[in-house]
Design a protein around this ligand. Structure first.
Ligand code: FAD
Ligand code: NAP
Length: 582
């Protein structure tokens, strides 16, 4: 029996236990939610399908996995002590360091005692007679809670395409998002990698360092900007830590919740030479901030094409074989799919043992005993790596049977796309909250900031309900419809909504095509949440003897009062809702 099984065998299922809140998931979202609940005097049980904390960083252990938002910003902001005591190893820290940080937070704030690991929530059912949620797990737990809080993650349901013949393959098949805990040794192996999104682009160069042969199956080429990653500069760390709150505040005022140099002037107003210099400067800075070279890149196709062509020239300059370079050059909108951040990705295709196979026209037909078949050719491999992404935003909700009022099933309600009020809650599901749910900035912002703002808002609302004796909270249909319409309206203004990305569910056949996150900008969204709260939870209905729509007295949310940073926006951009977001 291994350690995990032993722990499970020792744990008796909890039956009939009552909590104020059940939280599903112990990534950064569930961990901070638990901390907030306890700080505010609520009892909570967290269930986590994985064997430890960290969510994304627990599961995505593939070679090369690291953050693409600078570590000094991709970290919790709620504790000044935590900010001061923790040191990041690199500008963009690797997965093991981020997981270590998550474990440090769990220990420091003594979170583990309220988390049940290796436990998957299977059903959550609202009981209208008691106004409580009944929650069941695959370990036999049956508990109830006034609040059910989903911290299940936006990128946590791995997408394994249903290729015929997976079971026939003689070697191991790994998904980047469910990577084994033991090191995978590629030495002397022939490796097939399917997928060239961020996970593929991060892992392929490292796999190629070890393997005898690598065959990459590419359906759509992606744009990648070099990370220029480095060891953490101690002087930079010292400077940030000297006034960390100021850096956090500056970041929150940005549409992305991330602070970096941003130029709002339009690309087409610059001369070709000016543009070239500007793009080069932003390329030299590297990473996602490249999209900050001009303010109109995600709104005007002609402007976007100038950045796209610059990036294509960079690919052609690196890749020796012009045919391979052509295959690697995307012809879609620059930054429409999530922009990738790479280290040595394109250079990898100059290695003699790395081969690129285009599966755009000839989709993968099947997996055989010996490898992958496309266009009638079998490409032999010893190991298959699926870097094929996630059923984004709603995938982990779909795996739980969630039943609200009148037997309403959440998956059914969201059949044509998710519908929420502010990405926080959804009609028909009282006392049901979602951390970074669809309809909130979530994946379009620094996610840890998004998580903290949501958890603070939720716990203030719960405290208000406790204070006023409210039994339930639920949005009105009118406000939910209006928010969904606004989310769609803003998405339509951006070029982001135009391509087949996971933002719109297009990476997986059969999913409805709806732009799921809110693209209107982090501070605009935060201020809307604050306004709703200050106006006594406008758009929400409370039930209960003394329930009242009034602002809360407990206000963890106060730290989220932000002004839009007008250095990176013009009044016209705000009026036209053209808020550039990476
Ligand atoms: P997750 O970390 O996904 O955690 C959700 C947890 O819920 C998981 O552990 C899962 O096991 C658990 N769970 C789900 N369903 C159930 C169930 N039914 N029962 C029990 N447990 C369940 N964002 C950024 O802002 N910057 C980055 O640089 C960045 N890099 C990323 C790199 C990768 C490889 C990936 C995949 C994502 C990245 N993201 C990044 C997004 C990242 O997901 C978030 O930043 C953040 O970690 C999400 O935290 P979370 O707690 O909301 O969700
Ligand atoms: P992804 O961006 O969805 O990429 C998946 C890749 O698999 C795409 O190239 C896709 O092609 C391909 N694919 C899917 N199904 C296929 C099929 N049936 N046949 C052939 N190819 C197929 O997923 P991801 O790379 O895991 O990244 C998801 C998100 O996680 C990122 O956008 C980012 O937000 C986050 N992430 C961040 C980092 C980081 O740098 N910090 C790293 C990894 C992930 P199509 O494009 O044609 O669909």
């Amino acid at each position: 029996m291994n350690a995990v099984d032993e722990q499970l065998a020792q744990r008796a299922p909890e039956v009939g236990v009552e909590f104020d809140a059940v939280v599903v998931g112990a990534g950064f979202g569930g961990m901070y939610m638990l901390h907030c609940l306890r700080q505010n005097g609520f009892t909570a049980r967290v269930y986590e399908a994985g064997g430890g904390v960290g969510g994304t960083w627990y599961w995505n252990r593939y070679p090369g996995a690291r953050c693409d938002v600078e570590s000094m910003q991709y970290s919790y902001s709620f504790s000044e002590e935590l900010d001061q005591e923790w040191s990041w190893s690199e500008k963009y820290s690797p997965q093991p360091d981020i997981l270590e940080y998550a474990n440090h937070v769990a220990d420091r704030f003594e979170l583990r005692q309220d988390i049940r690991f290796d436990t998957r929530v299977t059903t959550a059912t609202f009981d209208e007679t008691t106004n409580r949620w009944s929650v069941e797990t695959d370990q036999g737990d049956q508990v109830s809670a006034k609040f059910c809080i989903m911290a299940v993650g936006c990128l946590s349901a791995a997408n394994m395409p249903p290729f015929d013949g997976f079971d026939d393959f003689e070697g191991p098949i790994y998904h980047t998002g469910e990577w084994p805990h033991e090191e995978v040794d590629f030495t002397g192996k022939r490796v097939a990698v399917i997928g060239t999104g961020s996970s593929g682009i991060q892992s392929i160069p490292i796999i190629a360092e070890q393997a005898d042969a690598v065959t990459v199956f590419q359906r759509t080429p992606n744009y990648a900007v070099p990370a220029w990653n480095s060891k953490m500069d101690p002087e930079y760390e010292r400077k940030v830590k000297a006034d960390y709150p100021a850096m956090r505040a500056k970041a929150r005022a940005r549409p992305t919740g991330i602070f970096f140099p941003f130029n709002i002037t339009p690309a087409l107003e610059a001369s070709e030479a000016e543009r070239e210099a500007q793009y080069q400067e932003f390329w030299d800075r590297g990473g996602l901030p490249f999209l900050g070279a001009y303010g109109d890149l995600l709104f005007e196709e002609e402007a976007n094409e100038t950045a796209a062509e610059f990036a294509r020239r960079k690919i052609r300059a690196v890749v020796d074989d012009p045919e391979v370079a052509d295959l690697l050059c995307p012809d879609n909108i620059f930054g429409c799919k999530r922009l990738c951040v790479d280290t040595g990705y394109y250079e990898t295709y100059n290695l003699p043992h790395v081969k690129l196979v285009d599966v755009a026209k000839n989709p993968i037909e099947r997996i055989t005993q010996k490898g992958v078949v496309t266009g009638g050719t079998e490409y032999e491999a010893d190991i298959i790596v699926c870097a094929t992404g996630f059923a984004a935003m709603t995938g982990s909700f779909d795996k739980i049977r969630i039943t609200g009022r009148d037997g309403l099933d959440l998956t059914k309600k969201w059949e044509a796309g998710p519908r929420t009020y502010l990405g926080l809650s959804t009609v028909g599901f009282p006392n049901f909250f979602m951390i970074t749910g669809p309809g909130s900035p979530s994946v379009l912002a620094n996610m840890i900031q998004s998580i903290e703002q949501h958890a603070d808002w939720m716990v203030d609302c719960m405290s208000h309900m406790r204070e006023t004796g409210a039994e339930t909270i639920e949005p009105t249909l009118e406000e939910e419809d209006a928010w969904v319409e606004h989310v769609n309206e803003v998405a339509a203004i951006s070029l982001r909504s135009t391509c087949s990305s996971w933002y719109v569910g297009a990476n997986i056949p059969g999913r409805p095509r709806v732009f799921m996150p809110y693209i209107g900008g982090f501070p605009i969204y935060v201020n809307k949440c604050n306004e709703v709260m200050d106006n006594g939870y406008e758009g929400f209905l409370f039930e209960g003897a003394k329930a009242t729509n009034a602002p809360p007295k407990v206000r963890n949310t106060d730290r989220w009062h932000v002004e839009l940073d007008m250095d990176v926006l013009s009044p016209a951009m705000v009026a036209e809702k053209k808020v550039p977001i990476i």
